[in-house]
Design a protein around this ligand. Structure first.
Ligand code: ASP
Length: 241
């Protein structure tokens, strides 16, 4: 739903790389089996997260990239969207000299979930960041960086500047803190603060444990997020302190 809304930085609403093309990243992980699937730099599909799921369920691989990820999605006849912007093609020199070309769209889409059997899962789908060189890939499709899920520790999904998140392998590092006995809140904040102090990064995280504890935490000014316990209405807010 969020990928097709066009209002978030994923699927239809994805940011464009500096050559005007939307290239998207997505991933999914199952904490019971440690199976994972991901796509990077996929073009022309509304639901990269579905392609990631098909990589997980239908292949022996974890990550497909670029035209071959798109080819794989075509094979499954998934819903398409136009790939190219109407703007004319530009030279690489002009690409390198361009600055911000995007309207600022709201965030990447991420989720963590827990089922009744104690299995956690995590997923994320993004159109990347502003002013990306063509071919840039962020943290989102990298297992252990943008997402991680393990029934022995918990599930994590990240949003924020991927270049920092990759360098601290943030999702997996938060899971290690959970494994050391930290609460979701403490584990999330320890690693987010490291991201700020060591790299100058900024990010937000969703963290959930197999026994049902969770947190939504961020070191950015805002993070639009919500949670639902299965009964009644979901709680949705723009800030989680
Ligand atoms: N983490 C994403 C990326 O770097 C962007 C985001 O979360 O907004 O591609």
């Amino acid at each position: 739903f969020l990928e097709q809304s066009g209002r978030l930085n994923a699927g239809r609403g994805s940011k464009r790389q500096l050559d005007g093309i939307q290239r998207m990243d997505a991933s999914l992980m199952d904490g019971a089996t440690l199976r994972a699937g991901a796509v990077a730099s996929i073009e022309g599909f509304v639901h990269p997260i579905t392609v990631a799921r098909l990589v997980m369920e239908e292949t022996n691989h974890v990550l497909l990239v670029g035209p071959w990820a798109s080819r794989f999605a075509r094979h499954f006849k998934l819903e398409r969207q136009p790939t190219r912007s109407p703007s004319r093609r530009v030279s690489y020199e002009s690409i390198l000299s361009r600055r911000q070309v995007d309207r600022d769209r709201h965030g990447t889409v991420g989720a963590v979930a827990l089922d009744r059997s104690g299995t956690v899962a995590s997923g994320a789908s993004t159109g990347g960041i502003n002013s990306m060189l063509p071919g840039r890939v962020g943290d989102t499709p990298l297992i252990g960086c943008g997402i991680y899920a393990d029934n022995r520790t918990g599930a994590v999904s990240m949003t924020g500047l991927g270049e920092g998140i990759i360098r601290l392998a943030v999702a997996r590092t938060i899971c290690e803190c959970l494994g050391d006995g930290k609460s979701p809140r403490v584990a999330g904040m320890i690693v987010l603060r490291q991201l700020v102090s060591r790299i100058g990064g900024a990010a937000g995280t969703l963290v959930m444990t197999p026994d049902g504890r969770f947190t939504i935490a961020h070191v950015t000014a805002h993070m639009a997020a919500g949670w639902w316990g299965g009964i009644g209405k979901p709680t949705v807010r723009g800030r989680w302190t």
